[in-house]
Design a protein around this ligand. Structure first.
Ligand code: SF4
Length: 374
């Protein structure tokens, strides 16, 4: 077993801004001498310093889904995937605003609008400016956009419109990137992060583990993200085996390894919002709540095209583990309100894909309201 000093040293080194040694990073992920609860406690000290016991809830919204020209092997929207997903062009402004309102009322701190495709046209960027301004004027919610590749000029335009954060994941290490995508390079992704940073936008950029990468690749990706001072948020995804995708099962991910990875990302990026992202239910299983000790945020309402734990269970888990949410909505009231709401039949063995109504929550609500008015 590692002695107490080992864990204290991890916390102290991170707090002082020192980078953990390669041996320490390796030990966190692989050593049989690690005691998981001691490791979680060491990571929690950092989490508590920067985030107290608050959890930031993110709700992701595919404002455009599918038909992408790129071949990212993990993505159900890629040209290389035959996954059965609902494909649609950009949602109407009305639908986007209604869903931003729903996210705010559900306790989300940030509304994440995701576009499929590698980049956006000039007219789309202009359109996005009006959408960002309108959402920000209507609701006290932060806005994040995931537009694909972006130039510095485009990033500056979005920043000026009031965008809080831009998402662009690096997904894995520079070394492993060629194994997960052949239509664009790792450098292209780094160029987008540089463009966002030069425009002084906050950046959300994360990884997907379980894609055949080595332990060194997991460590390298965390160190790459550390180099960007504007990376304020790191979603750590665990590969979901979506039927029809090129990559469905590459690495054996155990709940314990997932927790070790979350701890490593906390030690290497102590002040950043670390998010337990896709695959939380599938890979962490009954240990999901322990992920809140290193991580300070989670997704609710599932992921891009896969469902997740129901809202009620997600919120109850946060409360039961002794955490609260960063929102002006009351956690207890939200739990009560969600009594009979959205329930997914997600299990830890199978991935359940989103239906039309999951992807268009306001549309289903509009129909109900319209029917009630008739
Ligand atoms: S991850 Fe983005 S760029 Fe890659 S295939 Fe999916 S939508 Fe396209």
């Amino acid at each position: 077993m590692m002695n107490t000093k080992f864990y204290t040293n991890l916390t102290n080194k991170s707090l002082s801004g020192e980078i953990l040694s390669s041996e320490e990073c390796q030990a966190i992920l692989t050593s049989p001498k690690i005691q998981l609860l001691s490791l979680l406690q060491a990571a929690y000290k950092l989490r508590f310093k920067y985030w107290k016991n608050e959890v930031r809830i993110h709700i992701i919204n595919n404002v455009q889904n599918g038909s992408c020209s790129e071949d990212c092997h993990y993505c159900a929207q890629s040209k290389s995937s035959s996954a059965k997903i609902e494909k649609y062009p950009m949602k109407s402004d009305d639908e986007i605003f209604k869903e931003a309102e729903q996210a705010y009322k559900a306790g989300a701190f940030r509304h994440c609008m995701v576009f499929s495709g590698k980049c956006q046209s000039k007219s789309r960027i202009k359109h996005l400016v009006s959408i960002i301004k309108e959402i920000k004027s209507r609701f006290p919610i932060e806005v994040c956009v995931s537009p694909g590749f972006i130039t510095e000029d485009e990033a500056k335009i979005l920043k000026k419109a009031g965008l809080n954060r831009l998402n662009h994941n690096i997904n894995t290490s520079a070394n492993h990137y060629k194994n997960i995508c052949t239509t664009h390079s790792f450098q292209k992704r780094i160029d987008t992060l540089n463009a966002a940073q030069n425009a002084e936008l906050d950046i959300c950029s994360g990884v997907i583990v379980g894609m055949g990468e080595s332990i060194d690749d997991i460590i390298d990706a965390a160190l790459t993200l550390r180099k960007f001072k504007n990376v304020k948020s790191i979603p750590v995804n665990f590969l979901l085996p979506i039927e029809g995708n090129v990559l469905t099962k590459a690495n054996e991910l155990t709940p314990q390894l997932c927790l070790r990875i979350l701890c490593l990302y906390r030690f290497l990026n102590p002040a950043v919002e670390i998010r337990i992202a896709a695959g939380r239910e599938y890979h962490l299983r009954d240990l999901q709540a322990l992920g809140l000790y290193p991580a300070s945020s989670i997704f609710m309402d599932g992921y891009l095209n896969a469902t997740g734990l129901s809202r009620k269970k997600t919120l109850q888990m946060i409360k039961d583990a002794g955490f609260t949410i960063k929102s002006d909505q009351n956690l207890d009231e939200l739990i009560d309100r969600e009594e009979n709401a959205y329930e997914s039949n997600i299990t830890s063995e199978s991935v359940v894909m989103k239906k039309y109504s999951d992807l268009h929550p306001s549309f289903s609500k509009m129909n109900v309201e319209e029917q009630n008015e008739d």
